[in-house]
Write a new protein. Structure first.
Lengths: 256, 318, 344
């Protein structure tokens, strides 16, 4: 492979006086499932928010598929095929499932040159996801998201990410609020996406869960990258120890 | 100095300094005359009282659009009820009416779960309507003997060569500042505006705090109306029209953030001073009176953007 | 439009199948269509007013007048509803209305009415752009920004009319072109009514059937979620403000065309009536849920009440008092109705 799909070089990000990301450098390759692990506030979510265009880095470079990213906006990230499943945002309560599904890239059918929403397609696709993910029977594509439970919302978001032809799927704590059955389903999907040649970045604080799935684990702590290891090189227990030590043990090992 | 810069009223201090400098420079018609200054200070006191009440409400993350109408109604109630109740009785009755309006609006916001903008917008209309219906469109002049009553002089006369309103404003300002920064209620009020959920979780009765703020705001507006009419016996049903805009402008110029939890009562009075000064400077310059509202609008927009930048520089997330 | 209607009836059929009780079906309708409340109120008022006014209210001339007022207020309300849909507010529309009226009157004597109307709408759009840019670029609350521009443009309007008269001579108040902008009636309908209907249809189609509408509601529902899906939140808001300004100015144009003259106080307090119409019509101030037809019905109800008071000889002062109470109780009623409908 000539170059990594996403390459982050010496990234710094400040929120006012708060130093959220400190000199982070990391590469992600296509066809890889990377687990991004760390405690709460470690900077994992901030890092992926840069990748999906929500935050603009203060310093440093982001390269996507061999070209440097100059402008940061979710629209550009989505157009580039970077789909993100975020914890708190992504669905508007006041809109129906069908309307949420295609939000930002609504399919249209031109009538007299005027772009009208293609409701048939919007409903069809979202109905498919509703069935696939086993939402309650009485949920229809026209129901507002307000009516859905936490797990159902998550399912819609994941279904949406899977549905579009993407190159990167970023999952931020995708199994929160999910039942055991739904969780298995999500993890299977993550592996399937990877096998199709996509880059999957899987964010969690549960190292044991992601170690089973991932090819590589990146650990963050306090805004810094403290470990980057293949799952074949380090066991989940060893990695957990790194997290528990807050990265200090790694530095010692690196020095020795 | 650092404390001053971090304070919410700092923008208003800069504004006042800037404005005085500019007015002195372009002053060809005597802005610094005793007559103009006396008018400015008198009207600043009245608007300042309204603005402080508004500031308290804004600090709880609500807004009160009805103050102009409440100001008018209390003033008119004072005049209308005076024959029956005497001067002190009329003042108390007018303040009770104002408090009742504040209480109703507070209940609408808290118990009804409605946006304060809607409730007080309704209040603005309703109270103005009450004025029209009650007076039938014209208000009697305040009788001569009532004007000369001791109590009236206490509110509308002059003390030591200064308008009584100035002393009232200073006294009210001192009490409110003490209440806001040195009492438990003040702490609760700021907490309610900063984060109602967190305040709730710590056992603050946020609903009661908000209702109290609305009552205080209406009572202060009513009091300002009484101060105005005790001094100037002739009035019209449109009294206080658009005063809500001036009061909100003054509070915002004085550093109150609509995101709640931050503000300054002293800043609100300074804001009132800026708004009032503009009015008299424009009169002194001979500009048509309509330019006054245009200027207040410009100052309001500039001030809100400037204060927001200042707050962000101080590291607040707004 | 057809597809949406078809699915709605399908949903209602499903709802009816699930529960034989019609209450459940009604609940579903209410939860989806916020404007139900205002239609009920309007129907009730029409019945009461017709029954109690001895024909003075319900006659062609009076209804025509009510509809003319509804047209100008309704255009403004629809614009405000769009801005409310994005979670912002525009209270400068009363002044924009006045500026639109003055622009139209000052130009209509020199150039063709359509061009004058276009200029007026452009002025309104410019005021909307001014508001929208300030709100989105500086991140300041729209309430304060538009409060500021309310005062700025009211002051300018009064200053403009100070010493100049804005009126069209009687002999010029004719011709198809002048008539088209509120100048006269076709049958019992002032031409303004047709503008309202056209605007309502176009904007409703835009809101319900086009991507822009989807994004507008998404921004109001959750700006963060919309942003994360690649919606340019600031651009959507700016466009809503521009539309709102243009519609308010169009309203002002139609009113000016009807009256043939205007003064600096034209449109004063109409911003409050427009917001009241929106609330009556079931628009949620928090954003994301609006009904344009509801806002128009709100405007209709307000102008009906006003007219009823006039024909019944009630002192017009009562209108203001009632307006205030109506606003609060409409908001309260809307909230209760919605809460009831969402209860499973």
């Amino acid at each position: 492979m000539a170059h990594p799909l996403i390459s982050v070089k010496n990234l710094d990000l400040y929120f006012g006086a708060f130093h959220a990301l400190k000199d982070v450098s990391v590469d992600f390759n296509a066809g890889e499932l990377v687990g991004l692990v760390g405690d709460n506030g470690a900077g994992k979510t901030t890092l992926i928010r840069v990748l999906c265009g929500i935050h603009k880095p203060t310093k440093g470079e982001v390269w996507f598929d061999g070209t440097q990213v100059k402008e940061f906006h979710p629209k550009l990230a989505i157009d580039n095929g970077i789909e993100t499943i975020q914890q708190s945002v992504g669905l508007c309560d006041n809109l129906s499932i069908a309307r949420n599904f295609y939000l930002g890239r609504e399919p249209v059918r031109k009538i007299l040159g005027i772009p009208f929403l293609d409701f048939a397609k919007m409903r069809g696709e979202s109905r498919k996801v509703i069935r696939e993910f086993g939402l309650r029977d009485n949920v229809s594509a026209d129901d507002e998201v307000e009516r859905l439970s936490g797990g159902e919302r998550q399912s819609v978001k994941i279904g949406r990410a899977v549905e579009f032809m993407n190159r990167v799927v970023i999952m931020d704590e995708p199994t929160n609020h999910l039942s055991v059955r739904e969780r298995e389903h999500v993890n299977e999907l993550a592996v399937q996406l990877k096998e199709q040649g996509l880059l999957v970045i899987y964010i969690t604080h549960d190292i044991f869960q992601v170690h089973k799935l991932a090819d590589r684990i990146v650990i963050m702590e306090n805004g810094e990258k403290v470990e980057d290891a293949r799952t074949t090189d380090m066991t989940a227990d060893e990695l957990e120890e790194v997290i528990r030590q807050g990265g200090r043990k790694v530095e010692k090992r690196g020095a020795a | 100095m650092k404390h001053l810069v971090k304070g919410q009223g700092f923008g208003a201090v800069i504004g006042v300094a800037l404005m005085l400098a500019v007015f002195s420079l372009i002053d060809f018609s005597g802005w610094w005359t005793a007559q103009t200054m006396s008018n400015v200070i008198h009207y600043t006191s009245i608007l300042g009282i309204l603005a402080m009440g508004q500031a308290l409400v804004i600090m709880t993350k609500e807004i009160d659009l009805s103050v102009g109408s409440v100001y008018g109604l209390a003033g008119i109630a004072f005049i209308m009820l005076q024959p029956a109740l005497g001067v002190p009785g009329a003042i108390i009755a007018a303040l009770i009416i104002a408090a009742a309006i504040g209480l109703l609006q507070g209940f609408g916001v808290v118990k009804g779960g409605l946006p304060s903008m809607i409730v007080t917008l309704g209040g603005l209309f309703t109270v103005r309507g009450i004025i029209y219906v009650w007076t039938g469109g014209s208000v009697k002049a305040f009788p001569e003997e009532a004007r000369n009553a001791v109590v009236t002089r206490l509110f509308g006369g002059e003390i030591l060569g200064l308008e009584a309103a100035v002393f009232w404003m200073l006294a009210i300002g001192a009490v409110l500042n003490l209440m806001l920064w040195a009492t438990r209620f003040g702490n609760h009020l700021l907490a309610t505006g900063g984060s109602a959920e967190s305040a709730d979780s710590r056992g603050v009765l946020t609903g009661r705090v908000k209702i109290t703020a609305f009552v205080l705001c209406s009572v202060l507006a009513g009091f300002a109306g009484i101060l105005t009419l005790a001094d100037q016996p002739q009035t019209h049903v449109t009294i206080g029209d658009l005063m809500e805009l001036e009061a909100i402008s003054a509070a915002v110029i004085g550093g109150c953030l609509l995101s709640g939890g931050r503000g300054s009562l002293t800043g609100a009075v300074l804001g009132a001073f800026i708004v009032t000064s503009f009015r008299y400077e424009l009169i002194a310059l001979g500009a048509p009176s309509s330019w006054f509202i245009t200027f207040v609008g410009v100052v309001l927009i500039v001030a809100v953007i400037f204060n927001q930048k200042l707050a962000r520089m101080a590291g607040h997330s707004v | 439009m057809v597809a949406a209607a078809a699915s709605d009836t399908a949903a209602q059929r499903r709802a009816a199948k699930r529960s034989p009780l019609s209450v459940a079906g009604f609940k579903k309708t209410v939860s989806r269509h916020a404007e139900i409340g205002i239609f009920l109120i309007a129907a009730l008022l029409i019945l009461v007013f017709s029954a109690t006014s001895d024909g003075r209210w319900a006659n062609a001339y009076n209804i025509g007048t009510i509809l003319q007022v509804t047209a100008t207020l309704g255009l403004m309300s629809v614009g405000v509803a769009l801005v409310i849909g994005t979670g912002e507010i525009d209270i400068s529309v009363g002044s924009t209305f006045g500026m639109g009226a003055l622009t139209y009157l000052s130009l209509v004597q020199q150039i063709d009415p359509p061009l004058a109307a276009l200029a007026s709408v452009a002025v309104g759009a410019a005021i909307g752009a001014f508001n929208g840019l300030l709100v989105t670029r500086t991140g300041t609350p729209s309430l304060i920004i538009t409060l500021g521009s309310l005062m700025i443009f009211r002051g300018i309007a009064i200053a403009l009319t100070d010493g100049f008269s804005f009126s069209v001579p009687y002999k010029m108040r004719s011709g198809a072109m002048y008539t088209a902008f509120g100048g006269d009636s076709i049958g019992m309908f002032n031409t303004g009514v047709f503008w309202l209907v056209a605007a309502l249809i176009v904007l409703t189609a835009m809101l319900k059937l086009m991507p822009y509408g989807n994004r507008l509601l998404a921004v109001g529902g959750s700006a963060a979620s919309a942003h994360s899906r690649g919606v340019r939140v600031d651009r959507v808001k700016l466009q809503a403000f521009i539309l709102c300004g243009a519609l308010a100015a169009l309203g002002g144009t139609l009113e000016a065309g009807k009256l043939g003259f205007a003064d600096g106080s034209m449109g004063r307090l109409m911003e409050l009536q427009a917001i009241a119409s929106c609330v009556l019509g079931g628009c949620l101030l928090a954003g994301g849920r609006i009904s344009l037809i509801g806002a128009v019905m709100g405007a209709f109800v307000l102008s009906s009440i006003q007219s009823y008071l006039v024909v019944m000889g009630v002192r017009p002062q009562w209108f203001m008092l009632l307006l205030g109470l109506i606003v609060v109780f409409a908001a309260l009623g809307d909230r209760k109705l919605r809460a009831w409908a969402l209860k499973r």
